[in-house]
Write a protein that binds this ligand. Structure first.
Ligand SMILES: Nc1ncnc2c1ncn2[C@@H]1O[C@H](COP(=O)(O)OP(=O)(O)OP(=O)(O)O)[C@@H](O)[C@H]1O
Ligand SMILES: Cc1cn([C@H]2C[C@H](O)[C@@H](COP(=O)(O)O)O2)c(=O)[nH]c1=O
Length: 201
């Protein structure tokens, strides 16, 4: 049976580091896997990603654009894959919108819930891995690696509110969220993820 798995966390929490591991772990069981990301995942979505990550805009414009990218992603990639029985992993999904646009920017959660109902009333992840770290740890990891985009340049308050909203949602939806202490070593985290995935097979 198909599964939809999402990876979440503040920038630098380490989620991208574990996607290859999860991908190999699932494929080793002979399962067809589609690996994607948001914003993006389709040619149109990738164009929207460039705009969202680099242009300044009204906070609600930003929320609308990430949901526009998601609508296309669902139609072109996620829903067809799930319908044929494949597993899908997505580097970010709607929890990112609640955390970044809702928690970080302060867009009304009721408006985001309305958009969620519009764009994917019948689709929710089966499993969401939330990579959780203190802001300073995430920031140090980012500074060590790359040029920062619009979100990554935000201040500590923004990321504190983003992280809080993630943790609030994890408490709200405990059946699908698994919170991973991402201050652990990569090997320890992989061991924890393997145990979580084993429960899905
Ligand atoms: N558990 C860990 N311990 C030490 N370093 C880590 C750990 N996890 C990730 N890193 C390092 O931190 C940096 C950021 O990791 P990664 O790109 O996976 O973060 P991310 O959460 O995907 O960030 P973004 O959302 O901005 O893409 C990388 O250099 C990675 O090697
Ligand atoms: C899906 C989604 C993403 N974002 C932000 C969060 C990140 O800062 C970037 C994506 O970068 P990554 O390195 O690929 O993680 O986009 C957002 O603000 N809202 C969303 O819905």
């Amino acid at each position: 049976m198909s599964k939809f798995i999402t990876f979440e966390g503040i920038d630098g929490a380490g989620k991208s580091t574990h996607i290859a591991f999860v991908s190999d772990y699932i494929k080793a069981r002979g399962i067809e896997l589609v690996s994607s990301r948001e914003p993006g995942g389709t040619p149109l979505g990738e164009k929207l990603r460039e705009i969202v990550l680099h242009e300044k805009m009204h906070l609600e414009t930003e929320a609308l654009l990430v949901f526009a990218s998601r609508r296309e992603h669902l139609a072109q990639v996620i829903q067809p894959a799930l319908a044929r029985g494949a597993w899908v992993i997505s580097d970010r999904f709607t929890d990112s919108t609640f955390a970044y646009q809702g928690g970080g920017r302060g867009t009304s959660l009721a408006k985001l819930e309305a958009l969620e109902q519009w764009v994917h009333p019948d689709v929710q992840p089966d499993l969401t891995l939330l990579f959780d770290v203190p802001l300073e740890v995430a920031r140090a990891r980012l500074d060590a690696t790359r040029e920062l985009d619009k979100f990554e340049q935000e201040k500590a308050d923004f990321f504190a509110a983003t992280r809080n909203e993630y943790l609030r949602r994890a408490a709200q939806f405990p059946q699908r969220f698994r919170v991973i202490d991402s201050t652990q070593s990569i090997a320890e985290i992989q061991q924890q993820i393997a145990a979580i995935l084993d429960a899905c097979f």
